[in-house]
Design a binder for this molecule. Structure first.
Ligand code: NAP
Length: 293
């Protein structure tokens, strides 16, 4: 094995500890606790689980949390009215409308409504637009890509000047990850389902971020020796040895890639824990912005 594993669990805990310490300092100084409010529309079990763990993380770090659970057939107007109310509520630091929203809801309109200073998921067109523009800083960066870059920097991978290949161009992971890497002066190639010769493109990369949602698709012989590989994928595969009958694997073939890469994130325990840690960091930042800090 050549790769050093990037311990996302440990690094996420360090981020959370930093947030908790800052929250405690603020609270001791008499400032209001940062408060994250989530909005869940419908009953998707995965979304319900995500919203629950976000609320739990807030409490663990000394912050306040709230959740509004709307029925799956809630109207566009109901959702927008709720967001407008949260925008206007001074007790709310951060607003997160859990994605995906039901198909009948105009997601773009809802995300556009969130006050940029409370947009802790970083998906408001204003924050994404700023991320895409040179010399403009978003107030918040989407949590999963933010976590990917944080991991690279935490272990000392040099981003500036590196050839980076991002697999996937989704609004929530691939595209913002590519924009962040460009902002840090990497030379970035974004791959997607129509890319020709994916293995050949990936072989040029010093840094690979894989976010395609395809079980163990990235093979060992795609990887340049010594490259840093960040595996965002979460895929469930059957496993009779597990009580649940399944286990989680990434978009990267871990066993093969660990023999070639310089750095590699495991699944689980890599990018996964970073997403909520970065959300907590963004929520604290939102409270600071609203206090004029
Ligand atoms: P997504 O919206 O489905 O996007 C997948 C992207 O991969 C698309 O751009 C798609 O290309 C591309 N793609 C699909 N098949 C491909 C192929 N065979 N070759 C090259 N590119 C291909 O997925 P996502 O929301 O970005 O999520 C990606 C993965 O990350 C999933 O496994 C998800 O569960 C995981 N995830 C993890 C976290 C975390 O916290 N760790 C957070 C979010 C997502 P087109 O654009 O051409 O369709």
């Amino acid at each position: 094995m050549t790769a050093q594993l990037i311990d996302g669990k440990l690094i996420a805990q360090q981020v959370r500890d930093g947030v908790a310490a800052e929250v405690a300092k603020r609270t001791a100084a008499g400032k209001p606790k940062p408060k994250l409010v989530t909005v869940l529309i419908g009953d998707r079990p995965d979304s319900m689980a995500y919203v629950t763990s976000k609320g739990k993380a807030c409490v663990e770090l000394g912050m306040d949390s709230g959740n509004h659970h709307l029925p799956g057939d809630a109207s566009q107007e109901q959702v927008e009215e709720l967001v407008r109310g949260l925008n206007a509520d001074p007790a709310v630091s951060g607003i997160l409308v859990q994605l995906p929203m039901p198909a009948h809801i105009n997601e773009e309109r809802v995300l556009s409504l969130i006050n940029i200073e409370k947009d802790v998921d970083g998906f408001s067109p204003l924050n994404i637009g700023r991320l895409a523009q040179k010399g403009r800083d978003p107030l918040f960066v989407p949590c999963t890509p933010y976590g990917c870059i944080y991991l690279l920097e935490a272990v000392g991978v040099k981003i500036e000047g590196a050839n980076a290949v991002v697999l996937g161009r989704s609004n929530i992971v691939g595209m913002p990850a590519a924009l962040l890497l460009i902002g840090k002066n990497a030379t970035v190639t974004v791959c997607h389902s129509r890319t020709r010769d994916l293995p050949g493109v990936v072989r040029q990369a010093d840094i690979v971020i894989a976010a395609i949602g395809k079980t163990e698709m990235v093979r060992g012989d795609w990887i340049k020796p010594g490259a840093a590989v960040i595996d965002v994928g979460i895929n469930s595969v059957p496993d009779a040895t597990k009580k649940s009958g399944h286990r989680l694997v990434g978009d990267v073939n871990f066993e093969e890639v660990k023999e070639v890469a310089g750095w590699l994130t495991p699944v689980p325990g890599g990018v996964g824990p970073m997403t909520i840690a970065m959300l907590m960091k963004n929520t604290l930042r939102a409270a600071q912005i609203q206090q004029g800090e």
